[in-house]
Design a protein around this ligand. Structure first.
Ligand code: SAH
Ligand code: SF4
Ligand code: F3S
Length: 482
């Protein structure tokens, strides 16, 4: 609980400076003339996490390392000896939030060690020290294993330190990650992205794709099962590329899924995110055949116009995307789908936006994340003028939100009255009803005892409020739509 408070996850769900192959370690601040006794032994920490699930997991790995050093979490960032901002660069707003916070910190009476990690660390590197002279360290996404040595260097030299390698080396201590949930866990299977969509900073802030060895993944999944975890979400910017960078392993994404499904006692497996081009028939068959693999696929279309898709370098056409959806629905008829959409990409016309609108109407996603295009420094799209006015972007966003609300409600109406297998995760915010999810990622709340947390229950959904189903427990012998 303390960790939940301590680690603020802001779900908002990238061309860095010139590449360097060396581990950089640079000093800017002159050492003070008296030794600051506090700096020798920091005791508490606070991590504020921004961005996606990959950042959330990186925070868990970093806090695991801090706790191994004997530091403990505190809820108030002003009280912490070490404050870390694990940052996101995906859109301008994400960066502005952090810049605002960083400006405020370091002005209090208490001496703190303040660090920036995550994607902004990669996008801005040591330029952060010029803007924020009170910042002590910057650690990039490929160096989280170096957090301890960086802290030591800050403490012993009292100088600003940064480490921002461009390539990820597979030596992370995943097993010590400090998880904030007892039922569900994230497991990283591949880092980086090789797709280079023209609008996106991820290939620059996370580097090229590096798959994690299957043995290491299996070892962690087995440990999670032994520790009582009931659901594992396999993470990567494009999980479907898994294993392609290491052909000698002979283990592609669907092979990995089959191995994990074999782990005795494994509960549910989920995965995110998938690039439509890499979704294979083998994966679809795995979703159909592997008992633990849930029937929900988040594979963003991004736009419905072929001209815009080409300009985005998404490397598929609308027709090819629709073919994948049709094949997936033929193989797994009741699969649920999720998407991300960008509106107002440079030169997007009203007619082209309407093609996106119609694609959503036709596919009927159960979950949609919609974003206004935000130009990112260093990305190829920066060479085009951001020419769709902000009001037009906001209007397009609103129309998609309204459409998705209608589709979501229609889908929920169709499902009302059915009974589903629900993994009970925790008490709902009201503290009275239990909250869980179906295999297709629908939220369900219902009345039941605390002892049901972490178990699978059959729940008949009788109504819904916004995106949440309200349900009642049914006896296990009742036939259910699993
Ligand atoms: N790897 C994932 C996406 C990670 S980023 C994938 O390809 O599916 C999450 C989402 O942020 C993207 O899908 C995209 O919709 C959005 N996004 C990325 N860059 C953006 C930008 N410059 N402006 C607005 N939205 C962006
Ligand atoms: Fe970004 Fe495209 Fe890679 Fe997704 S696939 S992380 S949108 S470059
Ligand atoms: Fe943000 Fe980096 Fe994730 S830019 S979305 S935290 S990969």
């Amino acid at each position: 609980m303390q960790q939940i408070l301590n680690t603020l996850i802001i779900n908002t769900l990238y061309y860095s400076e010139p590449m360097s192959l060396l581990i950089l370690s640079c000093h800017f601040k002159e050492p003070p003339c008296t030794i600051d006794r506090f700096m020798e032994n920091p005791k508490t920490y606070f991590v504020r996490t921004y961005g996606c699930q990959m950042n959330e997991l990186d925070t868990q790995i970093m806090t695991g390392q801090l706790e191994k050093r004997g530091l403990t979490a505190v809820c108030d960032e002003e009280e912490a000896d070490v404050v870390i901002f694990n940052t996101c660069s995906i859109r301008d707003l994400a960066e502005r939030k952090v810049m605002g916070k960083l400006g405020q910190l370091g002005r209090g009476k208490k001496r703190q060690i303040i660090g920036v990690t995550g994607c902004m660390a990669m996008a801005k590197k040591d330029s952060l020290f010029r803007k924020f002279p009170h910042l002590d360290f910057v650690v990039g996404t490929n160096n989280i294993t170096d957090l301890g040595p960086v802290l030591d260097e800050v403490i012993y030299t009292q100088k600003q330190v940064y480490k921002t390698d461009d390539r990820f080396e597979e030596n992370l201590d995943y097993l010590s990650a400090k998880r904030d949930h007892k039922v569900k866990a994230f497991v990283s299977i591949i880092r980086g992205c090789d797709k280079f969509c023209t609008y996106c900073v991820v290939p620059y802030t996370r580097g090229q794709e590096v798959s994690r060895p299957p043995e290491s993944i299996i070892e962690e999944c087995k440990k999670l099962v032994d520790d009582g975890y009931k659901e594992i979400t396999l993470l990567g910017q494009n999980v479907n590329s898994y294993g392609k960078d290491e052909p000698s392993w002979n283990c592609l994404f669907h092979d990995l899924l089959a191995k994990i499904d074999q782990i005795p006692g494994i509960g549910r497996i989920r995965f995110m995110t998938s690039h439509p081009v890499d979704i294979t028939k083998e994966l679809m068959l795995a979703i159909r055949d592997l008992p633990s693999l849930c029937e929900f696929v988040h594979f963003p279309i991004q736009a419905g116009s072929n001209r815009i898709l080409k300009k985005m370098h998404r490397i598929y056409t609308k027709e090819q995307y629709f073919e994948k959806v049709a094949l997936l629905r033929e193989i797994v008829p009741d699969v649920s789908l999720g998407t991300d959409i960008i509106v107002g990409f440079p030169t997007e016309t009203e007619e082209e936006f309407l093609e996106t609108y119609q694609a959503i109407e036709q596919i009927r996603y159960s979950l949609g994340f919609f974003y206004a295009y935000s130009p990112r420094k260093g990305t190829p799209a920066m060479r085009w003028k951001d020419d769709v006015p902000e009001e037009v972007k906001q209007d397009r966003l609103q129309r998609l939100l309204d459409l998705q609300e209608k589709i979501g409600n229609d889908l929920r109406k169709e499902k009302t009255g059915n009974t589903y297998e629900v993994l009970v995760e925790r008490f709902n915010k009201d503290g009275k009803l239990l909250k869980g999810r179906t295999r297709r990622w629908e939220k369900v709340i219902f009345e039941g005892p605390e002892s049901m947390i972490g178990t699978l229950q059959n729940v008949r959904v009788h109504s819904y409020h916004h995106e949440t189903f309200l349900g009642t427990l049914v006896h296990s012998e009742t036939k259910y739509h699993n």
